[in-house]
Ligand binder design. Sequence first.
Ligand SMILES: *[C@@H]1O[C@H](CO)[C@@H](O)[C@H](O)[C@H]1NC(C)=O
Ligand SMILES: *[C@@H]1O[C@H](CO)[C@@H](O)[C@H](O)[C@H]1NC(C)=O
Ligand SMILES: *[C@@H]1O[C@H](CO)[C@@H](O)[C@H](O)[C@H]1NC(C)=O
Ligand SMILES: *[C@@H]1O[C@H](CO)[C@@H](O)[C@H](O)[C@H]1NC(C)=O
Length: 959
Amino acid sequence: MLLSCFAAALVFGQLSFPFAFDPSDFKTCPQVGFCRRGRALAKRATESSQWVSPYSVRPESVVLSPPNASLSAQVFSSLYPGIRFELQVDVLEHGIARVRLDEVNGMRRRYHQAASWALVAEPTLMAPGVVWRFEESGIRALYDDVELEISYAPLTVKLIRAGREELVLNGRGLLHLEHFRTKTAAPSTALSEYQAVLHGNTESNGWFEGGEADGYWEETFKAWTDSKPKGPESFFIDIDFPHHSHVYGIPQHATSLSLRETTGGNQYFSEPFRLYNNDIGGYDADSPMSLYGSIPLMHGHSTESTVGVFNLVASETWVDIFHPVLNKSTATHWISESGIMDIFLLPGPTPDLVFTQYASLTGTAPLPAYFALGYHQSRWNYISSQDVRDVSRRFDAENMPMDVVWLDIQYSQGQKYFIWDNQSFPDPVEMADELAAAGRKVVAIIDPHLKTSNDYPIFSEAQDKGFLVKDAEGEIFVGQCWPGSSAWLDFFNPQCQNWWRGIFSLNSTADGWRWAESTDNTFIWNDMNEPSVFNGPELTMPKDSVHYGGWEHRDVHNIYGMLFHKATASALVHRTGTMKRPFVLSRSFYAGSQRFGAIWTGDNLGTWEHMAAGIRMILSDGIAGMTFSGSDVGGFFGNPDPEMLVRWYQVGAFSPFFRAHAHIDTKRREPYLSAEPYRSMLRDILKLRYSLLPVWYNAFREASVSGIPVLRPQYVVFPKDSHGFEIDDQFYIGGSGLLVKPVTLPHVESAEVYLADDQVYYDYFDHQVHQGAMGGRYVTVSAPLAKVPLLYRGGSIVPTRLRPRLSSSLMKKDPFTLTVALDKTGSTASGELYLDDGETYTFEQGELVWRKFIAYPSKDGQASLIVQNHNLASHTSARDIVGGAKFQFYDGKNAYAREIDSVYVEQIIILGLKEEPKRDLEIDYRGGSYGMNNVLSSSLTIKNLGVRVVDDWQILVQW
Ligand SMILES: *[C@@H]1O[C@H](CO)[C@@H](O)[C@H](O)[C@H]1NC(C)=O
Ligand SMILES: *[C@@H]1O[C@H](CO)[C@@H](O)[C@H](O)[C@H]1NC(C)=O
Ligand SMILES: *[C@@H]1O[C@H](CO)[C@@H](O)[C@H](O)[C@H]1NC(C)=O
Ligand SMILES: *[C@@H]1O[C@H](CO)[C@@H](O)[C@H](O)[C@H]1NC(C)=O
């Protein structure tokens, strides 16, 4: 079985797949007609001193509509006076400006539905509206601390704050929406007329569009021909940040977090950054090539402000970046194949506000099921239900925590997903139930390609119902993937999404085929959803394939994977009578995918370089909302040596999504297989992850409300410290105050960690003190192989559970330890703890516990400190507690709080007391017994306090 599937991959795939990546399988900008045209237009603009955008607004057409937050106007291009465009500008809640431009009454409609998939809802206009100021040259909207300036001729849109241009659209005149035309239309006039045109000859458009119809009607790449029935319809726009030295975002790319130049004087890459979801196994660790997901969101950042731009386009897009003035300004040029212009300007002015503004549009990552934050053990493949049971037992035997065993494609019969290979998996329900009894879950892979076999009920039903993507001729599109000949589900059809839910339903009453051999402890992995098509151009679907609604694949390519993820997540939520939080891992993603689950960085290599690249990629994913992200621990390809494996587990343990996974050709490398001393190191790392689960859950709670990522890079936490703007190898976990710098090099005994502020930091493990400095300084933190550089920032109180068990669900009633890392004054700190059942949605009704811990000096005594636990939930609005909150009044005695009322804070560790406390401590709670243990001179441990998590209390420490 194993061998035959393996052989199938070789036969049906391009021969190299998936063992090595061949760059020539993927296009470069010069191989793409619209990218050539976009770059050529920019070049002509740069070379001309008289360049002026042909697009302008008819002032007499400007209309404001109630409630005074919307403007519409007619726009025309001097190139084509007969073609009409409409501009729509909306000022939205949070001060976001939405700028849309579309061709009206054209031969066809441009694709305009990306917003309906990406946005969480129709955006709300700013109430009660804004003040518009009409001027001769344009119109200006004034609101909050910014103004939006729309100039008529040429059309430009600027976001201005305190007289400073923060964002400029079409400032360099590169805006172009190629209108629909017929193939017989007169070709553009030649470039030789270029100068004449600039002096008034508007008959000719060659100066702007170029002299030839370059790739307008048909394009070939290797053996593939794209029929391009709609002709040219590209959309180009320059988006500049005149006062921002750094830009971040537009994942997914394996490169630095701070995006480097693709053109201009300090060009680092010669190709633009590309956004076109592709299956590139074993990708380059430093490249602007597109990868599995695409999110067209970018941050512009400087010490003065942060702003964001969200260019809501779903077709293939290339982004050029350069700095007109190094360390001062950034210019970008976005080149897209199709779609309307629909751009959101996010005013910031802080990184946190930009996150919240973006989340108001596309949603946040919801609270995951608690188990999903545990450790996931995967490999291609666990080959039988016996194998799965063995893996689980060996984790137990080695006292290693683990929450989930994963099943790759070989669980299914001939890659007919849902259909168990009954030779190897004769008892899948019993297998899942046994894992569930140990507090563990199963994740099984379900891909969007269906074997075109009439004995496969999923395919037959999808075919009968018309739920499959069509080819350019209107037949079902058939390509090659894991099962051989395959067809692809079309989730753009809402009926297909409903039908998909039925398949997962665990109710026997559902119509149609159901996945009966499943359980509510079985979760899903959606892979190959770029979509990956082994015999397609660039290993994906031909662009002239057709989706529901008649839209070509070219228009929706980057959305496809998200809709599969969405349908599966929704199916899991509703599969039983009680709504449960889903867990679905997707490889492909788009803006808004954060609402549906986790992603990972795809098929990486087991190299040090890829280990480091994974960290940068996770940080970049988080910038664009996709915060539940991780990379394959150990590397998908290759056999890491023991040292690399230990370091990679440290990277994984500090990723939001923590999964080990490996290619079928690799040697088995489950952590229990390592020899000592590595095995113990791996066990300790797993235990460390589990003891910090409260910290991760806190961070996810906050992300679910604010959109601020779980892993926060340096510029996000210290936006005014320019020395941190290019740091992308260390990060902070939520608002916990924990700072991590995983080691990603061999033979290292210490790490240089950057501390941005005049604050004291404490080593997590040995409590050694490191002093930061205003303006930043590097400190040396010891990092022998068993130790990951992990620091508490002074001023933090961090809750942990120090009795790691074999799975996260077994820890639900375990006591907490609070580590009070006092700030540099030696007297204050704060932190929080969020808890709920980790499984259902009852938290939306207020069944949760949210506590605030603070430490502060008591008023009377000098040598004293109060540590206090109070209810944070009762002081806050429901909306601020959790994303999706629906309750009005918080009841501190809710069912969940009662369920955990026996959970204690078993010890408090205080770091950084200025003087050693006397042995006699005063505890003004109920006088429980205590012990004292001065590990280092600055640390005081108070045990056996007998205080409960759900109660308000305070402890007076006096000396
Ligand atoms: C709408 O804007 C116009 C122009 O700024 C202003 O005169 C008018 O009072 C505004 N109306 C409301 C309801 O704010
Ligand atoms: C620009 O910034 C880089 C890195 O942040 C620094 O090395 C360089 O000296 C700066 N250059 C100028 C001209 O300020
Ligand atoms: C196993 O699957 C095959 C192929 O679908 C089927 O013919 C056979 O009846 C199944 N065996 C059992 C024991 O269910
Ligand atoms: C499943 O069945 C339960 C009880 O039989 C019922 O309450 C629930 O609504 C059903 N759910 C679905 C999705 O049909």
